[in-house]
Write a protein that binds this ligand. Structure first.
Ligand code: PLP
Length: 395
C-alpha cells in the first residue's frame, strides 16, 4: 500500500482522535524510519520520547523473541520472573522500595492517585484526598489524569471530572503553600514539564516541595513518564535535581517502544496498598517486563548516560549557533530539548517532515527534540542540517 492508500484506509476505519500528519511509517532501524513510499526520515520525535534505543534495537528484538518463546502471559495471580527482575532493577536505581506495573503513563499516574488517597485513609485520614498539581502540566488522558492536567483544552467537554485536584503555579512555591489544607494528600509534579514546552523545575522549587511534604506529611509524586529513563542524562530526572520523591511514575521509554508503565514508591508510601487495592491485567506482563529489563540494563550504563549528556550539548549548541531570529528560547536537559519561537510553528514541523526530519511540537510555539538516546554525532549533525534547511524555507 502507498502512503496515500494507507491514509485513506486509516481515515475510513480508525477513530478520528488524533491530529495526524499525512504520513504512514512502515519500517524503522536505529534513528531512521521509512514511509510507505520508501522515503527515509531521521526520527527525532522517537514515538514522542519513547524509542530511547531507536527502532528495532537488536538486543530488544532478541529479548522479545526469547521471552515470546518462553512465556507470553500469565495473570498477576502468580509470580512472574521478568517482572520481579525489573522491579529489583528499578528499586535499586531509584532508591525507592517497591514497584507496581501497568501499561501506560496515564495508568501509572492513576495508580499514584489511588496510592496517595489510600495511604492517608489507612492512616485514619480519609479527608486527605486532594492532590496539588500544576498549571500547564500534562499527566495523561484517562478521566483522573485529565483532571490532574493543568490545561483546560484537555478537560473541555468531559465534565464531570473526578474531584480532588487543585492547581498551583509552576515553579512558585508560595502558590503551593496557599493551596495546602487539611484535605491535602499529595503534590504531583513533572520535574520537567514536557508536553507544554519543556519547562524544567527550578532545583530550589523541588527542594521546597520536598520540605513542605516532609513538614505536612504529604506524598511527593514525580511524573517522570517523559523526563525519566535516561532522557536528562541521569536515569531518573530527580537524580539530576538531587530531590527524591515518595512516588515516581514512568512509562514511555521504559519498554523502549514496548508498552509498559510503572509506579515506584518508597517504604512509607508503599504501605498505602494492600492486596486487592489495585490491579492491572496486563501490568508487568512477561513480554513487556522482559524487554524493559533489557532497556533498563542498557540505559543505566554510565557510558550510555554520558552519551545523552554529550549529544544533548551538541544538539543545544547546534541550535544556538543557527542564530535564528524567530527563536526566543532554547531550553531543556540532556536529550529533552525545545526551541521556542515567537510564533506558531506547526508549519515548520510539517516542513521538517517534508525534508526528512521528524519532530513534534510542545505547546503552540515550541519544537521538541526527543530523539533516541543512543544517537551519535553524525546523526545530530544531520538533524541540525535538515532543521536549518527547513528554517530557511519557512516564511
Ligand atoms: N505524563 C507525562 C509527563 C506525559 O508526557 C505523558 C504522555 O505524553 C503521560 C503522562 C501520559 O502517558 P500515556 O500516553 O502513556 O498514558
Amino acid at each position: 500500500m502507498s502512503n496515500q492508500e494507507m491514509i485513506d484506509k486509516g481515515q475510513k476505519y480508525v477513530m478520528n482522535t488524533y491530529g495526524r500528519f499525512p504520513l504512514a511509517l512502515v519500517k524503522g532501524r536505529g534513528v531512521y524510519a521509512w514511509d510507505a513510499d520508501g522515503k527515509q526520515y531521521i526520527d527525532f520525535c522517537g514515538g514522542i520520547a519513547v524509542d530511547i534505543l531507536g527502532h528495532c534495537h537488536e538486543e530488544l528484538v532478541k529479548e522479545l523473541h526469547r521471552q515470546a518463546q518462553t512465556l507470553w502471559h500469565v495473570s498477576n495471580l502468580y509470580w512472574i520472573q521478568p517482572q520481579i527482575d525489573l522491579a529489583e532493577k528499578l528499586v535499586k536505581i531509584s532508591g525507592l522500595d517497591k514497584a507496581f506495573f501497568c501499561n501506560s503513563g496515564a495508568e501509572a499516574n492513576e495508580a499514584a492517585f489511588k496510592l496517595a488517597r489510600k495511604y492517608h485513609y489507612r492512616h485514619g485520614h480519609p479527608e486527605r484526598n486532594e492532590i496539588i498539581c500544576f498549571k500547564e502540566s500534562f499527566h495523561g488522558r484517562t478521566l483522573a489524569a485529565v483532571a490532574a492536567t493543568g490545561q483546560k483544552k484537555y478537560q473541555e467537554g468531559f465534565s464531570p471530572l473526578p474531584a480532588g485536584f487543585v492547581f498551583a503555579e509552576f515553579n512558585n512555591l508560595d502558590s503551593v503553600y496557599d493551596l495546602v489544607t487539611e484535605n491535602t494528600a499529595a503534590i504531583l509534579v513533572e520535574p520537567i514539564q514536557g508536553e507544554s514546552g519543556i519547562h524544567p523545575c527550578e532545583k530550589k522549587f523541588l527542594q521546597g516541595l520536598r520540605k513542605l511534604c516532609d513538614d505536612q506529611g504529604l506524598l511527593l509524586i514525580f511524573d517522570e513518564v517523559q523526563c525519566g529513563m535516561g532522557r536528562t542524562g541521569r536515569f531518573f530526572a530527580f537524580q539530576s535535581f538531587g530531590v527524591k520523591p515518595d512516588v515516581v511514575t514512568m512509562a514511555k521509554g521504559l519498554g523502549g517502544g514496548f508498552p509498559i508503565g510503572a509506579m515506584l514508591a518508597g517504604d512509607q508510601a508503599v504501605k498505602g496498598f494492600e492486596p486487592g487495592d489495585h490491579a492491572s491485567t496486563f501490568g508487568g506482563n512477561p513480554l513487556g517486563a522482559a524487554v524493559a529489563c533489557k532497556v533498563v540494563e542498557l540505559v543505566s550504563e554510565s557510558s550510555f548516560l554520558e552519551n545523552v549528556d554529550n549529544m544533548g550539548v551538541k544538539l543545544m549548541n547546534g541550535l544556538v549557533k543557527m542564530r535564528e531570529p524567530r527563536i526566543v528560547d532554547i531550553r531543556g536537559r540532556g536529550l529533552m530539548l525545545a526551541a521556542e519561537f515567537n510564533c506558531e510553528c506547526k508549519q515548520l514541523i510539517a516542513l521538517c517532515m517534508q525534508k526528512g526530519l521528524l519532530l513534534v511540537g510542545a505547546g503552540p510555539n515550541a519544537v521538541r527534540f526527543v530523539p533516541p538516546l543512543n544517537i551519535d554525532e553524525n546523526e545530530v549533525n544531520r538533524a541540525l542540517d535538515l532543521f536549518q534547511d527547513a528554517l530557511q524555507d519557512w516564511k
